[in-house]
Design a protein around this ligand. Structure first.
Ligand SMILES: *Cc1c(COP(=O)(O)O)cnc(C)c1O
Length: 220
């Protein structure tokens, strides 16, 4: 497992670099977020040993079990990328370096309170439900501008970008292009988009972070 994770990481890094170059971008401008959800701490340790320091987890509880012990050994960065319940906001603020899934005013309230209580300030991304899928987290497309402005006023430079997960089975390009354009209009530097199946397309469309799970850690 350890060998194949290191090997998979190298392959994904090569593909990121090639996609960046093809798009006329610098490979170093794209950060790989390795999504380790459902995978054991040993898998993360293997990736850490191979030099991968940025991780994404969907569930706060799972992340809280896996990552704090590893922090003692590695200068890792942990991103919460899954839909977040308000009652998990405090735990998220305690353990995460980035919360990518800020998507509603009530959660912004909970995160603001948690930042004050924990005296710890993770970077924030706003997740947009670009495909208007009812079951999916993310602020509605039509409400995005208002919510972004509200969060900028509230969190200042702590708000660094936007994130999306396009509808499964659809061409992701219009979603990726929309998100990159929206981030640029708001002067937000980070655009988190693209997963195992489509990260090269996301890079062509302007992603600065790609979130890749199964291409590194295997199928779930
Ligand atoms: C699981 C997940 C990923 C990674 O998906 P893969 O297809 O395994 O690369 C990326 N982003 C989010 C929000 C996820 O939930």
């Amino acid at each position: 497992m350890t060998d194949s994770i290191a090997e998979n990481l190298r392959r994904v890094q090569d593909r990121i670099a090639n996609a960046a170059i093809a798009a006329g971008r610098a490979p170093g401008d794209i950060t790989l977020v390795a999504v380790s959800k459902t995978k054991p701490a040993e898998a993360v340790t293997a990736a850490l040993a191979a030099g991968q320091m940025v991780y994404g987890e969907n569930r706060v509880q799972e992340a809280a079990g896996k990552f704090p012990p590893l922090r003692a050994q590695y200068p890792l960065s942990l991103h919460i990328i899954g839909g977040l319940q308000t009652n998990k906001a405090r735990d998220a603020v305690r353990i995460a370096d980035v919360i990518e899934s800020l998507d509603r005013p009530k959660l912004a309230d909970a995160i603001e309170t948690a930042i004050a209580r924990e005296n710890r300030t993770p970077k924030l991304l706003i997740e947009v439900n670009t495909g208007s899928e009812p079951q999916k987290s993310g602020i509605a497309r039509d409400d995005a501008d208002g919510f972004i402005n509200e969060c900028k006023a509230r969190f200042g430079a702590t708000l660094t970008g936007l994130m999306c997960v396009p509808p499964h089975g659809e061409d992701p390009r219009p979603h990726f292009t929309w998100l990159a354009d929206r981030a640029a209009r708001h002067g937000l530097p980070t655009v988190s988009m693209g997963m195992s199946a489509d990260f090269e397309i996301a890079i062509a469309c302007g992603a600065t972070w790609v979130r890749v799970g199964s291409a590194i850690f295997g199928t779930r």
